[in-house]
Design a protein around this ligand. Structure first.
Ligand code: NAD
Length: 311
């Protein structure tokens, strides 16, 4: 496993991070015991960053992750979130953020998280995020319940704007840098690099699009992006590659991202994704994927309040 500094935090995080949303049955129902084995296989394989949220499976993912980490909490970095609790359930008020962390700590069976992130801030008002949410997270940090704080969003412009003017340790961007999309580097990466803010890149498989099972029913991407994902999968298989490994490896090779968060819930996925760190991929094959994707590259969708949309 490769490890990289997460901005100016004291954490050196694994190039592959464990995305725990599938533990909440977000991508289909999974068994408790298998998810526990997946978490243990990830730790044994050198993955040291686990990302979860109260939103994933209405707290189920946090509960399962907390149970799986019993006795192993100290060997990993744990990141959770606050402010999002349902598809349309958001509360970024200072008061809710303060109760949210205590609830998360109980479910995660720990007395601190390494990283607390305001979840999907494009669904909140910028003024409230800056004047209430972030100060409440700083307070939580000073109490020792979270060692570092950050924000997450699909909207790159909003992430960049807030990162420029607020005391953040990390930013998590998702579905904006992978085989289908790379606009994260236009808007966000330079801002974070200048300030040495840690960057986490989530959803290397474009939330399941670049897998054999394809996109889940709730996936917001337009049909042409889903079709391109299916074509990548086909091209990989015709050339003897595992599509998830190819897509993950592309993301891992990003020069500034500290950790690529991939959603996992089975030991086989963990093993395959660990192998992606060291596998070789012929550049001419990557060029074929690039050519295939070109007509739909950077196809994005709306997320959050219109006022927070990328311009
Ligand atoms: P992803 O692109 O990582 O895809 C996950 C899907 O791919 C799941 O169905 C998983 O079972 C499958 N998969 C993983 N490895 C596989 C393999 N080797 N073979 C076949 N299928 C495989 O999407 P994601 O889970 O949404 O993103 C990763 C993590 O990033 C999340 O779990 C979450 O922790 C984080 N995230 C955060 C935000 C946010 O904060 N707003 C948004 C998206 C993701």
């Amino acid at each position: 496993m490769r490890y990289r500094p997460l901005g100016k935090t004291d954490m050196r995080v694994s190039a592959v991070g464990f995305g725990a949303s599938p533990l909440g049955n977000v991508f289909g129902s999974i068994s408790e015991s298998e998810s526990q084995r997946a978490v243990h296989a990830a730790i044994d394989g050198g993955i040291n960053l686990f990302d979860v949220s109260p939103y994933y499976g209405h707290t189920l993912a946090e509960k399962r992750l907390g149970a799986a980490l019993c006795g192993r909490r100290q060997s990993i970095y744990l990141a959770t979130k606050c402010g999002r609790y349902d598809l349309d359930g958001f509360d970024f008020s200072g008061q809710r953020i303060r109760t949210s962390i205590d609830e998360s700590l109980r479910r995660l069976q720990t007395d601190y998280v390494d990283l607390l992130q305001a979840h999907d801030i494009e669904f909140g008002h910028l003024q409230q995020i800056v004047e209430e949410t972030i100060p409440a997270m700083q307070e939580i940090q000073s109490q020792g319940k979270a060692r570092f704080i950050g924000i997450t969003s699909y909207q790159l412009g909003m992430l960049a704007k807030i990162a420029k003017a607020n005391p953040l340790d990390t930013v998590l961007s998702y579905c904006r840098f992978n085989l289908l999309v790379d606009d994260m580097d236009l808007v966000l990466t330079p801002v974070l690099k200048d300030r040495n803010i840690g960057l986490l890149n989530a959803s290397p498989l474009h939330m399941g699009i670049i897998t054999r099972s394809g996109a889940p029913a709730w996936h917001p991407a337009p049909e042409n992006a889903k079709r391109a994902g299916a074509q990548i999968v086909q091209l990989c298989e015709e050339n003897g590659f595992n599509p998830a490994q190819v897509a993950l490896r592309f993301c891992i090779d990003h020069p500034y991202v500290a950790s690529t968060l991939v959603g996992m819930s089975a030991t086989q996925q963990v093993e395959e994704n660990l192998r992606a760190v060291t596998m070789d991929i012929d550049p001419t094959f990557m060029a074929k994927i690039e050519a295939l994707v070109a007509p739909v590259k950077n196809t994005i969708w709306q997320s959050g309040l219109p006022e927070n949309a990328d311009g």
